[in-house]
Design a protein around this ligand. Structure first.
Ligand code: SF4
Ligand code: SF4
Length: 297
């Protein structure tokens, strides 16, 4: 059985990448087979934390219509069904396709009565893959000219699904925020780690994340990063998480040495810093959760 752990957070800069990379490596040291997936397709950076350069490239290819003008009767039906306004037919003229707006739904293909539409296809982005020791890493990346992050994550997850069964743990890092690209990753979660920090904005965005997770009926663990920066907001965060159903709460105190470790392209769990026990404990918690799940099936 594979346990899919999605790590998310309502705002950027909360330390999600630190947690993802350290937990992945901690699980590996516990004898688990681990696949790390960076689904922050607009700004993937887990590979930088791990100091690796993913090179092997698989394109994220989607359907994009081309029009056979010999067959096209200029009836405009493709224009009518397109949910994105990506194919436009004006005054019996030939259809114009706005590729960057097309979501690849194929409605135009199935609707055209004259079989005038074919698949030109386009690459929305790439999946780059590499390894750090036994840790397999897959990084989703949107092409700079594309805007459909949510669709790219959807297709990234489809590609990743082919490999998931080979691993004990799949750890997926999402982009920050509460939006459709995050939801695409959450859809495959067995458990979610919701990361935040004890600040006013951290509390507001954590509440948004919690509302989404509970609406999706997902099991979730809270991770309060830099937990010592404010006593009062930390108290408020703990109360919020307990009230709304956190399965567990982990806290990593603020420590400048952690930033120095990151700046040196090193991982906390591989350092001498005693705070690494927080992340090792989180990894152990996930191993127990996986083992309990196996015993209950
Ligand atoms: S539905 Fe087909 S025939 Fe009609 S305008 Fe579109 S491409 Fe042309
Ligand atoms: S594939 Fe869907 S979004 Fe793209 S042009 Fe056709 S109908 Fe519009």
């Amino acid at each position: 059985m594979t346990l899919t752990v999605v790590v998310t957070g309502g705002k950027g800069g909360t330390g999600k990448s630190t947690i993802v990379t350290n937990v992945a490596v901690a699980l590996l040291t516990m004898g688990q087979r681990v696949l790390l997936v960076d689904s922050d397709v607009d700004n993937p950076n887990d590979h930088i934390f791990l100091d690796v350069n993913p090179k092997k490239i698989t394109p994220i290819r989607i359907f994009t219509p081309g029009v056979d003008l010999e067959r096209c009767a200029r009836c405009g039906k493709c224009n009518t069904v397109c949910p994105e306004g990506a194919i436009v037919v004006k005054e019996n003229k030939a259809p114009i396709v706005y590729e960057e707006a097309c979501c690849g739904c194929k409605s135009c293909l199935y609707t055209c009565p004259y079989n005038a539409i074919y698949n030109r296809g386009r690459d929305l982005g790439y999946v780059r893959s590499t390894a750090r020791g036994n840790l397999r890493i897959m990084v989703g990346e949107l092409k700079p000219t594309e805007a459909k992050s949510s669709l790219a994550v959807n297709r990234l997850i489809r590609i990743v699904k082919d490999y998931m069964g080979d691993y004990d743990f799949v750890i997926i890092d999402t982009s920050p925020g509460v939006h459709s690209a995050v939801i695409q990753a959450l859809r495959v979660a067995d458990v979610v780690i919701a990361v935040s920090e004890p600040t006013p904005l951290g509390i507001v965005t954590m509440k948004m994340t919690i509302d989404l997770l509970n609406a999706m009926k997902l099991k979730w663990i809270a991770f309060i990063n830099k937990s010592t920066i404010s006593f009062n907001y930390r108290e408020e965060m703990v109360k919020l998480c307990k009230l709304h159903g956190a399965q567990a709460i982990f806290e990593l105190p603020y420590d400048e040495a952690i930033f120095k470790t990151n700046m040196d392209y090193k991982l906390l769990v591989e350092s001498d810093n005693p705070l690494k026990t927080v992340l090792l404990n989180l990894a152990e918690y996930l191993v127990r959760m996986k083992s309990d799940g196996e015993h209950n099936t």
